[in-house]
Write a protein that binds this ligand. Structure first.
Ligand code: AMP
Ligand code: ZN
Length: 211
C-alpha cells in the first residue's frame, strides 16, 4: 500500500509519517528531507535545490521528479509520500513512475488545518539534525532543551521556518498544492487536524486507513 500525506506545511505530515513508519512498518519518502540531506552532503542537486528552498519556493518539477525516480528504484511499495507530490505536474509524473513499476497510490490523506495554527506551529518548530524528528518549543518540547530525546543530537530551527519564509511557503502551497485535492478526489480522505494532539491524529489515521 502506498499513501500520500497531503496538506499545508506544519499540518503534521512529518510527525504522522514518523508514527506510521515506527508503528506500521512504512517507509517515508520525504522530498524535503532528501533535499536537505543533499544540501548537507554538498551535492550539485543540493546546491541547485537550496536556491529555491532558501526563498520558500518550490524546487522545479524536473529536479524533484528525477530525485523521486531514483528513490523508487530502491523501493516502490509500502511508502508514505510526505511533501510529494506538490504540483499537478508532479502528481501526473508520480502516477506514470508507479505505473511503470506496477505500483499505484492507494490512499491520499488530506490534513485540514487553520492557517493561524500553521504559522504558530512552523515558527516554533525544532528539528533533529540526525533523525529528522520534529519538536515544538511549546507544544512538543524535548525532555532536555535543544536536544533530541532519541539520539541526543542538537535540535535546529530550519532556515525556511523564519516567519517571512513561512508566509511565502503557505502562499505557494495554496496556489500550487491545494488544487491536488481535486486531482486525488477519488482516493482522498479528509482528516480534521485542528486542535488534535499528534497521538489523537494518529488514532484517526489508523481508523481511516484500516491498518
Ligand atoms: P518540506 O520539508 O516538505 O517542508 O520541504 C521543504 C522545502 O523543500 C519546500 O519548501 C520546497 O522548497 C522544497 N520541496 C520539498 N518537497 C518539494 C516538492 N515536492 N516540490 C518542490 N519543492 C519541494
Ligand atoms: Zn533525533
Amino acid at each position: 500500500m502506498n499513501i500520500i500525506l497531503l496538506g499545508a506545511p506544519g499540518g503534521g505530515k512529518g510527525t504522522q509519517s514518523e508514527f506510521l513508519c515506527e508503528k506500521n512498518g512504512f517507509v517515508q519518502l520525504s522530498t524535503g528531507d532528501l533535499f536537505r540531506s543533499n544540501i548537507m552532503n554538498k551535492t550539485s542537486l543540493g546546491t541547485e535545490a537550496q536556491k529555491y528552498m532558501d526563498q520558500g519556493l518550490y524546487v522545479p518539477d524536473t529536479i524533484t521528479n528525477g530525485m523521486v525516480q531514483e528513490f523508487l528504484k530502491t523501493k516502490s511499495d509500502g511508502l508514505i509520500f510526505d511533501g510529494y507530490p506538490r504540483t499537478a505536474e508532479q502528481a501526473s509524473a508520480l502516477d506514470e513512475m508507479l505505473e511503470a513499476l506496477q505500483g499505484s497510490i492507494d490512499k491520499v490523506i488530506y490534513f485540514e488545518i487553520d492557517a493561524a495554527i500553521l504559522m504558530d506551529r512552523l515558527t516554533g518548530r525544532l528539528i533533529c539534525q540526525t533523525c529528522k524528528r520534529s519538536y515544538h518549543i511549546k507544544n512538543r518540547p524535548p525532555l532536555v532543551e535543544g536536544v533530541c530525546d532519541y539520539d541526543h543530537s542538537r535540535l535546529i530551527v530550519r532556515p525556511d521556518d523564519a516567519p517571512d519564509k513561512v508566509r511565502t511557503r503557505l502562499m505557494v502551497y495554496q496556489e500550487q498544492t491545494a488544487p491536488l485535492v481535486d486531482f486525488y478526489k477519488d482516493k482522498l480522505i479528509k482528516i480534521d487536524a485542528n486542535n488534535k494532539t499528534p497521538v489523537e491524529l494518529y488514532q484517526d489515521l489508523v481508523k481511516v486507513l484500516a491498518i
